[in-house]
Write a protein that binds this ligand. Structure first.
Ligand SMILES: Nc1ncnc2c1ncn2[C@@H]1O[C@H](COP(=O)(O)OP(=O)(O)O)[C@@H](O)[C@H]1O
Ligand SMILES: [Mg+2]
Length: 147
C-alpha cells in the first residue's frame, strides 16, 4: 500500500452554486503535485461531474450534504471521493453506460463516461435510499515527465 502524504475534506450543501467552489478547492489542493494545466482541468471536470450528480440526482428533491475527501499518495497519486446520502442508484452498471440518464433532456448521460476517461480509475458504490460514493483516482504526471 502506498503511503498517504496529505489529505483534506470538505462538506457542502447540495446547492448548484457550490459546484464551482468544490471544483476550484479540489484543484487548488491537488496543485501541490505540480500538475499540468490539462491535468488540472481534468480534475475540475471530474469533480464538477460528480458534484453535479449529487446535486441533481442524489438530492433530486431536497437539500443534503455532500462530502468531498481528497487524499494524496506517494508517486503523485490523487484520490478524490464525492459522497452523498441521497436516493442512491438502482443499477450501477446501467447508470455507467454512455448516454444513460434518468434526468431530463438537459442531461447527456455522459457524466460517468467523462469521469472514467479523465481518471485512471473510477469506482461507484451506491445503496438505494442510502446514497452514493464515487471514488476517482488519478496519477498526476506533471511537467517533468512530459519533457
Ligand atoms: N449521486 C447520484 N445519486 C443518484 N443517482 C445518480 C448519481 N450519480 C449518477 N446517478 C444516476 O446515474 C445516471 C447517469 O449519470 P451521468 O453519467 O452523470 O449522466 P447524467 O447526469 O447526464 O444523467 C444518472 O442519470 C442517475 O440516474
Ligand atoms: Mg451527470
Amino acid at each position: 500500500m502506498k503511503q498517504v502524504t496529505n489529505k483534506m475534506s470538505i462538506k457542502l450543501e447540495s446547492r448548484s452554486v457550490n459546484e464551482s467552489f468544490a471544483r476550484q478547492t479540489v484543484a487548488a489542493f491537488v496543485a501541490q503535485l505540480d500538475p499540468t494545466m490539462e491535468e488540472l482541468n481534468d480534475i475540475k471536470t471530474i469533480v464538477s461531474e460528480a458534484v453535479t450528480n449529487a446535486v441533481v440526482h442524489g438530492y433530486r428533491d431536497r437539500l443534503g450534504i455532500i462530502n468531498i475527501t481528497v487524499r494524496l499518495f506517494e508517486d503523485n497519486i490523487a484520490e478524490i471521493k464525492v459522497k452523498d446520502s441521497g436516493c442512491g442508484i438502482e443499477d450501477i452498471e446501467r447508470a455507467r453506460q454512455p448516454m444513460f440518464t434518468t434526468g431530463d433532456e438537459q442531461r447527456s448521460g455522459m457524466g460517468f463516461t467523462i469521469m472514467e476517461s479523465f481518471t485512471d480509475k473510477l469506482k461507484v458504490q451506491s445503496k438505494l435510499h442510502k446514497g452514493t460514493q464515487v471514488t476517482l483516482i488519478k496519477k498526476i504526471r506533471g511537467r517533468e515527465e512530459r519533457q
